[in-house]
Design a protein around this ligand. Structure first.
Ligand code: GLY
Length: 411
C-alpha cells in the first residue's frame, strides 16, 4: 500500500520514519516533505484538490494529514467519495481547532471544565472584561494563526500590545476570545480515534514559549518530553471530565472523526481544565510519541478504518524521550534562511534527527529554509539522561544564527 504524508515539518518526518519500520520506505511519500525525507513530492498543500489529484492518480491507499491548515480547508471531505483511508477529521470537526469560539462552545455545551471566557469583535467592547481581570488573561485569536494567535498576558499594557499585533495581522473586526488565566502545570494528552473509541498516548510536557524560563512569545513548540508523570487520580479525572464527554459530543453530533485529537490541559488547584483542542498530532509531541512507540503504527492507523481500534493495545518503551527544537535566530518573527548546516554526521546514531526547515543542495549540502530547522530526540532511562543526550547532540550542529532553548526537560 502506498502512503502519502501531508506536511513538511519534523512531525511529518517522524511519521515517515515510524512507518518506514513497517513498510518499504519507497511506498511512503511526503507532500511536500523536507530535506530529511527521501520521497518528497512538490505540491502546494494549501490546495486540497491538488493533494487529492496526486493521491488518486498514484493509487495511494492511506493519507495522513500532519498540519491543521489542510484539515481546516476540508481536505478530508474531498476524499469522501474515494476508498482512500484518510487519517484526519473532516472540515466540520476541524473547527475544534480552527475556531476557538466553536471549541469553547462545544466544551461548555458538554460541561467540560474549561476557563471562563467571553467572545468579542472589538477592543472597546472587551475593555470592561480586560479591566475586570486586570489584564491577567489569555487573548486568543479565533482562527488559525500557526501557533501565534495566543497571548498569555499579565497586565493591561500587555493585552493592548497583543491586541495591536493581532490587529496589524488581521485588520479591524476579527473575532477573539478573552479567557481567564489559570495557574497550574500544563500538559498535552493526544489520542487516536475511530469515531467510537479513543486510545490515549502517554501525557507529554510541551514547551510553547520561545525563551528559557517559559518567557517570550508563544511558538509552534520549542521542546517536549514524555512521559509527563501525573497521578492515577488526576488521569482518571481527565478521562472522566474531559476525554469521555468529548467522545460523547463527537458521537452525538455524528462527526465521524477518524484521526488524532489533542487535548491541551492545565492542572489547577481545582482539578484539570481543558485549554484547547487540536485536531492533529502536536509538534514536537509527535516526535517523542512516535520515537517511544513500540507498537505497529500502521496497524494502529488501519484499525481506525477497519473497526478494530478498541482491540488495540498500544505499547511504549520504558524510560523517557526528550525533544529539542532547533530554530533560526529570530523565529517566530523574522529570520534569515539559506545558511549551510554542518555537523549532522557527528551526532550519535541513537539520536533521532527529524528535519523541518531544511533543503538539500547538490550532493552534500544542506541549507536552512525556515524558522524551525530540526527536532532532535534522545531517549534515556531517566529524564535527566535523555535531556543530557539531546543537548550533547545539539552542540554538534552548526549554522549561522542557530537558536534553541537551554532548559527543556529542566523545568
Ligand atoms: N506543540 C503544540 C502544537 O502542536 O500545537
Amino acid at each position: 500500500m502506498k502512503i502519502a504524508i501531508i506536511g513538511s515539518g519534523a512531525r511529518e518526518h517522524a511519521i515517515y520514519e515510524k512507518l518506514s519500520q513497517h513498510i518499504d520506505p519507497k511506498q511512503i511519500f511526503a507532500l511536500p516533505g523536507n530535506g530529511g525525507i527521501s520521497n518528497c513530492v512538490s505540491i502546494d498543500i494549501t490546495y486540497p484538490e491538488e493533494v487529492k489529484k496526486y493521491c488518486v492518480k498514484n493509487r495511494v491507499g492511506m493519507v495522513i494529514i500532519g498540519p491543521e491548515e489542510p484539515l481546516a480547508n476540508g481536505v478530508v471531505d474531498l476524499f469522501s467519495e474515494t476508498s482512500i483511508m484518510v487519517v484526519g477529521p473532516n472540515k466540520n470537526s476541524a473547527q475544534l481547532e480552527s475556531s476557538k469560539s466553536f471549541a469553547k462552545k462545544f466544551m461548555k455545551d458538554l460541561g467540560i471544565p474549561t476557563p471562563d471566557y467571553r467572545e468579542f469583535t472589538s477592543f472597546e467592547e472587551a475593555l470592561p472584561q480586560i479591566n475586570a481581570l486586570q489584564g491577567n488573561l489569555v487573548l486568543k485569536y479565533d482562527g488559525l494563526a500557526g501557533g501565534k494567535g495566543v497571548y498569555v498576558c499579565s497586565s493591561i499594557e500587555e493585552v493592548e500590545e497583543s491586541y495591536a499585533e493581532l490587529k496589524k495581522r488581521y485588520g479591524d473586526g476579527f473575532t477573539f476570545i478573552v479567557e481567564k488565566k489559570l495557574k497550574g502545570e500544563e500538559l498535552t494528552l493526544i489520542g487516536v480515534m475511530d469515531g467510537e473509541t479513543i486510545k490515549l498516548f502517554p501525557p507529554c510536557k510541551d514547551y510553547k514559549r520561545l525563551n528559557d524560563g517559559d518567557s517570550g512569545p508563544n511558538t509552534g513548540g520549542m521542546g517536549a518530553y514524555l512521559p509527563y508523570k501525573i497521578s492515577e487520580e488526576v488521569m482518571k479525572k481527565i478521562e472522566d471530565d474531559i476525554v469521555t464527554p468529548t467522545m460523547k459530543g463527537i458521537k452525538d453530533r455524528g462527526l465521524g472523526y477518524k484521526g488524532f485529537l489533542y487535548f491541551g490541559i492545565i492542572i489547577t488547584e481545582k482539578g484539570p481544565r481543558l485549554l484547547e483542542y487540536n485536531v492533529r498530532l502536536g509538534d514536537p509531541e509527535a516526535q517523542v510519541i512516535l520515537s517511544s512507540m513500540k507498537s505497529n503504527f500502521l496497524t494502529l492507523l488501519e484499525s481506525c478504518f477497519n473497526g478494530t481500534l478498541r482491540e488495540q493495545n498500544i505499547e511504549f518503551a520504558n524510560g523517557y524521550s526528550t525533544a529539542l527544537v532547533i530554530t533560526s535566530g529570530g523565529y517566530p518573527f523574522s529570520f534569515r534562511t539559506g545558511f549551510e548546516i554542518t555537523g549532522l554526521n557527528q551526532i550519535s546514531t541513537d539520536i533521532s534527527v527529524f528535519h523541518s526547515g531544511t533543503q538539500k543542495k547538490g550532493k552534500n549540502q544542506l541549507l536552512t529554509t525556515a524558522g524551525r530547522i530540526f527536532t532532535l530526540v534522545a531517549k534515556g532511562e531517566t529524564l535527566e539522561e535523555s535531556v543530557q543526550k539531546v543537548y550533547q547532540a545539539a552542540k554538534k550542529i552548526h549554522f549561522k544564527k542557530i537558536a534553541y532553548r537551554k532548559d527543556i526537560g529542566k523545568l
